[in-house]
Design a protein around this ligand. Structure first.
Ligand SMILES: Cc1cc2nc3c(=O)[nH]c(=O)nc-3n(C[C@H](O)[C@H](O)[C@H](O)COP(=O)(O)OP(=O)(O)OC[C@H]3O[C@@H](n4cnc5c(N)ncnc54)[C@H](O)[C@@H]3O)c2cc1C
Length: 453
């Protein structure tokens, strides 16, 4: 065999890193893998999604980082596919392309008032508190300083993360890698009440019990069950009987409901069976109108026509994530994913040769980090099967330098550039008595990547 199979992995989140790991972890076909990311730092939502106070989950990045130690793997950071490199160029430079660019855009509620000042997407707030370089430093300083009562719409783990970050005392969060300006803004926060709002009941919530329970363990904030927590309908009863995780979630909510009134000054209020129908306000949010719902036999909610106002001056929507299309790649608009069969990209009934997909952009925003490993392995098994015969692919391709030549003039962050960012963040953290402090500005990341060069 004259040369290794050249593979581009687009996106360095868990699915991209697991895909690269599966490629270099086999010995049948020699490979070289470039992991291209639009950001100067790898790991996608493990860095810019997973809550900074969940230290053990965030430590997954140490495992992912080891993939970059492999001599056949290169990190090509600060390069956006579709902008800095086209899909056509990738097709010229690589034998196969694995798209793992995630699905981290927010979904809208589609109700009146959604664009008022004080109504924001959880994605933007999460990006800000994790130090994403696309989010301005001061993006939510005013939001926190001027909001006292916030509705968080959604009943998944992201809604729980956002609620917890808004409700923790400074001492409960300032050991994390959040940037310093985020701590300063959280210290200046006037938020005292957070209303978690779900369309259905506690048996239909998608949060996990461990995350939910944490809300009841905060130093300065109590939990109140405000409305709609009854599970006396047939769908909820069936869900509790069939699924232990559901039964545990419901039990936590029932325990909170039975607690004596918490007289601390800060509260999380749980509102179930409340469908948001309008955000009130003229210049900024002044209230959230919700309609009481009932559940049918399959657990679907329908409105009763009865509405009331939850008194809030800010709204954070956390109702799901969606993927976006990449030019030249088939896209399923309805599901917001790239259509595929076990990871082979398809257009109609036909497989698109050389194009693969893994992770959230393959299956949608579901599962835990580990789900992406199984998913990426399935994709890479297909890829390896397709390239099992080297005579079919090894004849003609540009030299490996072709991609570097195409990127001449662009500030690319290679693996050792990322290593320097990593070292700089650890040093910054150590200077403040922490393990790490995230460098949040792109210029700062690029300067750290280049330091000493
Ligand atoms: C707020 C939040 C909290 C979460 N918390 C947890 C948790 O506690 N535990 C858990 O198990 N799971 C958690 N998850 C889920 C987990 O993060 C995902 O399962 C996982 O990150 C999906 O991996 P991915 O590689 O498909 O996508 P991503 O992690 O989104 O990675 C995609 C990568 O592609 C890059 N990219 C995008 N477009 C381009 C382009 N055009 N060119 C080049 N690069 C591009 C991005 O910069 C990014 O690095 C959380 C998710 C969110 C949103």
């Amino acid at each position: 065999m004259s040369r290794p199979l050249r593979v581009a992995v687009v996106g360095s989140g868990p699915s991209g890193m697991y895909a690269a790991d599966a490629l270099v972890g086999q010995e049948d076909i020699p490979v070289s893998v470039d992991i291209i990311d639009r950001l100067p730092s790898p790991f996608g939502l493990v860095r810019y999604g997973v809550a900074p106070d969940h230290l053990s989950i965030r430590s997954v990045r140490d495992t992912l980082d080891r993939v970059l130690d492999h001599p056949a793997v290169r990190f090509v950071g600060n390069v956006e596919v579709g902008v800095d490199l086209t899909l056509g160029q990738l097709r010229e430079f690589y034998d196969a392309i694995v798209l793992t660019y995630g699905a981290s855009r927010d979904r809208a509620l589609g109700i009146p008032g959604e664009n008022l000042a004080g109504s924001i997407a959880a994605t933007d707030f999460v990006n800000w508190y994790t130090g994403h370089p696309d989010t301005p430093t001061d993006a939510f300083v005013d939001f926190l300083a001027t909001s006292s009562s916030v509705a968080v719409i959604g009943v998944g783990n992201v809604a729980v993360d956002v609620t917890r970050v808004l409700s923790k005392a400074p001492g409960e969060i300032e050991h994390t890698d959040m940037p310093e300006h985020v701590f300063a803004a959280l210290r200046g926060s006037r938020v005292r009440d957070v209303h978690l709002v779900g369309r259905r009941g506690p048996a239909q919530a998608t949060w996990t019990t461990k995350e939910l329970r944490e809300l009841g363990e905060l130093e300065e904030t109590g939990v109140l069950v405000a409305e709609g927590a009854a599970v006396d309908d047939t769908a909820s009863q069936a869900a509790i009987a069939e699924d232990k995780a559901v039964a545990r979630n419901v039990k936590v909510v029932e325990e909170w409901a039975a607690r004596p009134e918490d007289d601390r000054g800060r509260h999380i209020h749980l509102h179930f069976r409340c469908r948001p129908v309008e955000i009130l306000g003229t210049d900024r949010v002044e209230g959230l109108v919700v309609e009481t719902t009932v559940l049918d036999g399959s657990g679907q909610a329908s409105g009763t026509g009865q509405t009331h106002v939850i008194p809030v001056d800010a709204v954070i929507r956390s109702v799901g994530y969606r993927g976006t299309a990449l030019e030249g790649v088939p896209f399923d608009e309805r599901r917001s994913v790239i259509p595929n069969r076990e990871g082979r990209v398809v257009e109609g009934e036909s497989v698109v040769p050389g194009l693969y997909v893994a992770g959230w952009i393959k299956r949608g925003p579901t599962g835990i980090i580990g789900t992406n490993k199984k998913d990426a392995v399935q994709t890479i098994n297909c890829l390896l099967a397709d390239y099992a015969d080297p005579t079919a692919w090894s004849a003609a391709r540009p030299a490996p330098e072709a991609v570097d030549e195409a990127l001449a003039g662009r500030t690319v962050v290679p693996t050792d550039g990322w290593r320097r960012i990593d070292a700089a963040e650890r040093a910054l953290g150590a200077s403040r008595g922490r393990d790490r402090t995230t460098i949040h500005q792109r210029d700062g990341l690029l300067a750290a990547a280049d330091a000493g060069q």
